[in-house]
Ligand binder design. Structure first.
Ligand code: PLP
Length: 429
């Protein structure tokens, strides 16, 4: 089928013909047919350099041979079972516990959203308190408790936040407190004011592309301890991305619970909540029917196909020097783009943390969500669309990823596309 036919069908049966929230301009909505390494190919045969990388799930790039082989092997053994743990799922659970600093126990989930929802539920159950404090601009997935102050168009009226979606019942929204990221003073004041109700604090250690100020994560850790609240790190992006032990290893701060997804599913449906046994054991099936029992279960939990992909991925990530090389290469790309932006006198910077990066039209690296609000967001989006026009696959306005499959040739083409985007945005000279 030709692309136009796929588009016609998609637009008839899916809202906006889109997957989720992304509606690129007309002509920039390719139907993807295949992928390999750093590239994706659409049904028209056009190749794109892919920095979306499965929304960050594919740290090795697309179709890594070891991962494909593991999936093929597993597909011939067992695609799925429920009610009995598979061998590969147990192996994976053991690897994950070994990897995450301070981890004692874990539960499987299928998506990052499920993992953050379970972590919040565990925090509420353990403390007997109803409220979770999240940070403005933080993203924790698609459930109602995550849907507050995600991308508000104006600064939040702390400790309340604007719902990102219709359909969140007010009593649920009332249980979510909001504070600014990287502002320990404000966060601490809000947490103290609501201490009696505060079950947990959930933080993306690197919030989207905003890095934590020195001492911020440590300060949140101390605050949670002081108030008897559960500290939850949302490591769905940072887990196995910044380091093998995620942000907890990278920044040397331990959470009580951490939610993982993306890389640990290697493109398949595996996520997890990993942390302290006392919190995770609330999901012990032997406690069903007792007041403290926390329900964690799902048809796809521990999915063996995804577990096999994950085990193959983790084996690659454990190879010496993997993370150093990935960060070095991302820094090289960022430096190349920065040089081009300077040469072209574009008022933009490249933010890069580990293998995360983004081009922002902003004077200084952002510290809070409101800095991003105050930046030239229209220019950020327009610039990213110009990159798309030149075959560089990014999600406009969102941070992106370098994978181990990206080559020097990819980087050279990306920097060329940046130069061309700068010239286009400057308009005719
Ligand atoms: C930090 C963070 N948490 C949670 C999620 C939700 O994960 P999923 O899309 O697998 O439900 C995402 C997804 O992008 C994320 O970036």
């Amino acid at each position: 089928m030709a692309d136009a036919e796929y588009r016609e069908i998609a637009e008839r049966v899916l809202p906006g013909g889109a997957l989720g929230t992304r509606l690129n301009p007309e002509g920039l909505r390719p139907t993807i047919a295949s992928a390999s390494g750093s590239r994706i190919t659409d049904v028209a045969g056009t190749e794109w350099i892919d920095y979306v990388c499965g929304a960050g799930a594919l740290i090795l790039g697309h179709q890594h041979p070891a991962v494909v082989a593991a999936v093929q092997r597993q597909a011939s053994r067992s695609l799925h079972q429920y009610g009995g743990l598979s061998d590969v799922s147990i192996e994976l659970a053991s690897e994950l516990i070994d990897a995450v600093p301070g981890a004692e126990r874990m539960v499987f989930a299928a998506t990052g959203s499920e993992a953050t929802a379970y972590a919040m539920r565990m925090a509420r159950a353990a403390t007997g308190r109803p409220k979770i404090l999240k940070l403005e601009g933080g993203f924790h997935g698609n459930h109602d408790y995550a849907g507050i102050a995600v991308a508000p168009p104006e600064p939040s009226p702390y400790p309340r936040g604007m719902p990102f979606t219709a359909g969140i019942p007010d009593p649920v929204a009332d249980t979510v407190l909001v504070a600014p990221y990287n502002d320990l003073e404000k966060l601490s004041a809000i947490a103290h004011e609501h201490a009696a109700d505060l079950a947990g604090i959930i933080v993306e250690p690197v919030q989207r592309i905003i890095r934590p100020r020195p001492g911020f994560l440590e300060g949140v850790r101390e605050l949670a301890d002081e108030l008897g609240a559960v500290l939850i790190f949302d490591e769905v992006v940072t887990g196995f991305r910044l380091a093998y032990g995620g942000a907890q290893e990278y920044y040397g701060v331990r959470a009580d619970l951490a939610a993982f997804g993306k890389i640990i599913g290697a493109g398949g449906p595996i996520a997890a909540v990993i942390g302290k046994a006392a919190l995770i054991d609330q999901a012990h099936p032997g406690r069903i029917g007792t007041p403290g029992y926390v329900y964690v279960s799902g048809t796809l939990h521990g999915n063996p196909l995804a577990a096999a992909a994950s085990l193959a991925t983790l084996a690659e990530l454990r190879k010496p020097g993997f993370y150093e090389a990935l960060a070095r290469r991302t820094a090289d790309l960022a430096a190349g783009i920065t040089r081009e932006l300077e040469t072209q006198e574009r008022p933009a910077i490249v933010e890069a943390v580990g293998s995360l990066w983004q081009i922002l039209h902003i004077a200084e690296p952002p510290i809070r969500y409101t800095d991003l609000l105050a930046s030239d967001q229209a220019a950020n989006l327009e610039f990213d669309v110009e990159l798309l026009r030149r075959g560089i696959n990014v999600i406009p306005g969102l941070r992106r990823f370098v994978s181990a499959a990206h080559t020097d040739e990819d980087f050279a083409q990306t920097i060329k596309a940046v130069a061309a985007a700068c010239r286009t945005m400057k308009g005719p000279q």
